[in-house]
Structure formats: C-alpha cells, structure tokens
Design a protein around this ligand. Structure first.
Ligand code: AMP
Length: 281
C-alpha cells in the first residue's frame, strides 16, 4: 500500500529521495494548506514520478514586526491532505536544521526584488531566494511549482534560477480563489467576518481596473487610481501599494499594455493581503 514518507532532517530526506524515481517535482510551502497549495500539488502529481512537498515557515522571509509567530500552522491536517493527494515525500525541517548556528549566507536577487513587496517588506526576498535555493540544492528537483498569487516571488525565483544556473524547470500555477473572488491565503483564517467582507474589494478593484483598461484607458496613473478609489472607500482597508508592472522585471509601467500586471498589498485589520491581475483583452 502507498505510504507517504516524512522527514525532518536533510540527511534522512536525501536518503529517501535517492531511491525515488525521476522526474522529481518540488512544491515548497509554509503549510496550513488550502486549495491554492493543492492546485500546485495536483499539477506536480500529474507531471512527475515523485512529488515532494516541503513545509517550513521560513523565518528569514519575515521582516521584524511581521506575523512569523502568529503564522497559522497545522502539520497534522497538512499531512492528511498531502497523503490524500498522493504526495510521496514531505520534508518538514526545524529552523535549526535549515539555519544552524553560524548560518551566514543570503542571496540577493537584484532589481526585481527591490520594488513593491521588496520595498515594503525589508529583506523579504533575500529570505525567499535563500530558502528556495537551499531547497533546490537539498532536493535537486527536476521541476518546482509556485503560485501566481505571489507574482513577484515567481519573478524573483525565475531570475534566481536563471542567474545561478540552478537548472530547475519552474512551473507557475494560476491563483485559486474562493467563490466570491478572494484569493486563497493561509492568512485568511485570521480575518474576522467583517474583514473578510472588506477584503473582497481587493479583487473587485483590480478587476475594475482591467475592465476600465479594456474600455480604452491605457494610462497607468489613471488605472491605479481606479483601484485606490475603490479601496479607499472602505476604512477597514489600508493600502501599502497599488502598482502596474512588467510581470518579469517588476519595472513600473506608465502605459498599460496587454500582459501588464496590476499588483496590490493591503492591510485588512492586522492581516496583510496581496493580490494581482493581468491586463488581457
Ligand atoms: P505559502 O505556503 O503561502 O508560502 O505558499 C506556497 C505556494 O503556494 C507558493 O508558491 C504560493 O504562491 C502558492 N499559493 C498560495 N496561495 C495560492 C493561491 N491562492 N493560488 C495558487 N497558489 C497559491
């Protein structure tokens, strides 16, 4: 009978992986899994002989004052879900295993990591790039799966993978939303009913900008203001940024073209949410 393997140490994990058939697909997560994560995992299961999921709430990608301690965790429920999806190996290391005493090397992915999230979350992408690079080195996967909800993270990882010749095929997966449009996020569990209702404006505002663009308005300023005006109507919402960018470089655009991306980060009470939409005809 199929039995999912579970490992908390690098040595043990690598020993398990040595005997597993290729291609190997890696799905890095911070746990508290939802349908968004499962979309990545299902694609990985379809496309690989071996699927590995890592569960690690990575302290180095949280800035000071952020919600590292409060980040939701439920390993037992995660393991049940992963087993039912046919994941072969779960790697769930401790902080000490990934960052032993004296750890002192961090990866900085240049330009693409400086703006938007990078500006508002100090060193966030250094933490992301470092942990992803470590996970790639430890598991040596053929493919790795990431969600487009974290669009800038996708761009940072693609750049990291290319610049450092990591040789992993990066697969990106569309954002999974609740029926009402809210992008699924582990953090949504902390929203009160009222906050969740307010959070719905985020997706609605982004898609309003897309439909205004479709009506012929190409000015980035104008379209950003469409979003800002909708979000600012709700006193529960506090905007970090609304920006229109090239989705590969994250350079800010003045004129919006087919394929440009609008990204936002918004505080809803204590919770910070991000979302994005692509301008498409
Ligand atoms: P996290 O556990 O939040 O670090 O997410 C792990 C992976 O799942 C990342 O690649 C995320 O982009 C992806 N992910 C998170 N939420 C969603 C979602 N709603 N739809 C698709 N992918 C997602």
């Amino acid at each position: 009978m199929f039995k999912m393997k579970f490992s908390e140490t690098i040595v043990d994990f690598q020993e398990i992986l040595d005997s597993m058939p290729r291609p190997i697909g890696l799905v890095p997560t911070m746990g508290f899994l939802h349908e968004g994560h499962l979309a990545l995992i299902r694609k990985a299961v379809r496309e690989n002989k071996t699927v590995v999921t890592s569960i690690f709430v990575n302290p180095s990608q949280f800035s000071q004052g952020e919600d590292f301690k409060e980040y939701p965790r439920d390993i037992d429920s995660d393991l049940k879900l992963l087993a039912s999806e046919g994941v072969d190996v779960v790697f769930a290391p401790s902080i000490e295993e990934m960052y032993p005493n004296g750890f002192d090397t961090y990866i900085n992915v240049g330009n693409v990591s400086m703006k938007l999230e990078g500006e508002h979350r100090l060193n966030h992408f250094d933490g992301v790039a470092t942990i992803v690079c470590k996970l790639f080195n430890i598991s040596n996967p053929d493919k790795a799966y990431f969600g487009k909800k974290d669009a800038q993270q996708c761009a940072v990882i693609e750049k990291l993978n290319a610049d450092l010749n990591l040789g992993v095929k990066i697969e990106l997966v569309e954002t999974v939303r609740d029926k009402d449009g809210l992008a699924l996020s582990s953090r949504n569990v902390h929203l009160t009913k009222a906050e969740r209702l307010s959070a719905l404006s985020i997706n609605q505002a982004l898609f309003s900008a897309v439909s205004v663009w479709r009506s012929g308005i190409k000015s980035s300023n104008h379209l950003v203001n469409v979003v800002r005006e909708i979000l600012e109507r709700d006193t529960m919402l506090d905007i970090d940024y609304v920006s229109i960018v090239d989705p590969k470089t994250f350079n800010i655009l003045e004129t919006v073209v087919d394929g440009s991306m609008i990204c936002t980060a918004v505080h809803v009470g204590q919770i910070r949410l991000i979302d994005n939409a692509i301008f498409h005809k």
